[in-house]
Design a protein around this ligand. Structure first.
Ligand code: RIB
Ligand code: CA
Length: 319
């Protein structure tokens, strides 16, 4: 039975790979895609999302969501969007190098659709946020009853050892720390965090990208080319390799064994606006959790070979 999934994205080159895996793999029933601000302003993340699904001819409904974080943009000294987009552009690009979209988003707002879909469900939907968690947080605040309807949240975000947008914080969480706090403290029955520690361990190489392009499918060609651009962005500081952060989170839905060194923890986020703003706090110390049973799991590693094999298997498919 395919797993029902809602993917929340901010494309973003690695989001594009996660979208194609979700849309193409027979073990995933992609109910819809919600789009958030993040790597780019919402208008651009929305167009990029539509371009990806049009490129692989996948008729998946797309819903536009939040155009900015809950609070972080209020004080320009805390987050300066112009500076952020200039910084991220090197790795994530601006408009994805795909033909302009011909499809349109749904008229319904992403938050309204999330609430309607989750309330009507049998509690069997996995949410996969791979951008700032603003849409998910807004849905929880508007309709708390959805929390018990979420089977699991598997999110790309956070970092235990080192950040990327700051020494301590990872971009998705840093872009909306308050939203992440709401989601991680909502009492969702299971939360799996796929942080930079795991996504950097699951890096792909230039040769892996060339093998994806050699598949000759629209998804393989796009994923290989988009990731070669990420390699040029030199996010890892090592030559000829790059993480595909969001794709690893999506693959974890298909096969949890792609994540390694997964540990139970109590998760929270620093949102104090200071030097550690946006840092994820994973309390891995058993016995000090008190009454808060750990419903979160953090992956500190990844099975790189298994991940690369999963990419090849999923992206060789056509709609
Ligand atoms: O830090 C990596 C995350 O930030 C990925 O989701 C990437 O798409 C960007 O949103
Ligand atoms: Ca993303």
């Amino acid at each position: 039975m395919p797993q029902k999934v809602i993917l929340d994205v901010d494309p973003g080159r690695d989001d594009a790979v996660a979208l194609m895996i979700a849309a193409l793999h027979p073990d995933i029933d992609l109910l819809g895609v919600t789009v958030t601000h993040g790597n780019r302003p919402l208008a651009q993340t929305l167009e990029n999302c539509l371009r990806v699904l049009d490129w692989i001819n996948a008729p998946v409904p797309v819903y536009a969501g939040a155009s900015q974080p809950l609070l972080a943009f209020i004080d320009p000294a805390r987050r300066n969007p112009t500076a952020i987009y200039q910084l991220v552009e090197r790795i994530e690009g601006v408009m994805l190098d795909l033909p302009a979209a011909t499809s349109q988003p749904q008229a319904q707002h992403a938050v309204a659709w999330l609430i309607e879909t989750l309330l009507a469900s049998d509690g069997d939907i996995v949410l996969v946020p791979v951008g700032p968690m603003t849409n998910i947080a807004l849905a929880i605040r508007q309709e708390p009853r959805i929390v018990e309807k979420i089977r699991e949240v598997i999110f790309m975000g956070g970092a235990v050892f080192s950040g990327n947008i700051t020494p301590e914080a990872e971009f998705n969480i840093w872009m909306d720390p308050e939203a992440a706090r709401i989601v991680l403290n909502a009492g969702i029955r299971k939360v799996t965090m796929v942080p930079l520690d795991a996504t950097f361990a699951g890096y792909v190489t230039r040769a892996d990208c060339e093998a994806l392009i050699a598949l000759g499918t629209p998804a393989g060609i796009a994923a290989g080319q988009l990731t070669l651009h990420r390699i040029e962005g030199a996010e890892m500081g090592v030559p000829d390799a790059a993480p595909i952060h969001d794709a690893l989170a999506m693959c974890a839905v298909l096969d949890p064994a792609v994540l390694q060194d997964v540990r139970p923890c109590v998760l929270d986020v620093n949102a104090d606006g200071g030097a550690s703003d946006g840092r994820t706090i994973a309390d891995l110390r058993p016995g000090v959790w008190g009454e808060r049973q750990p419903t979160a799991y953090v992956a500190l590693g990844a099975d790189r070979q298994r991940f690369v094999a999963m990419l090849g298997e999923a992206l060789a498919r056509r709609v």
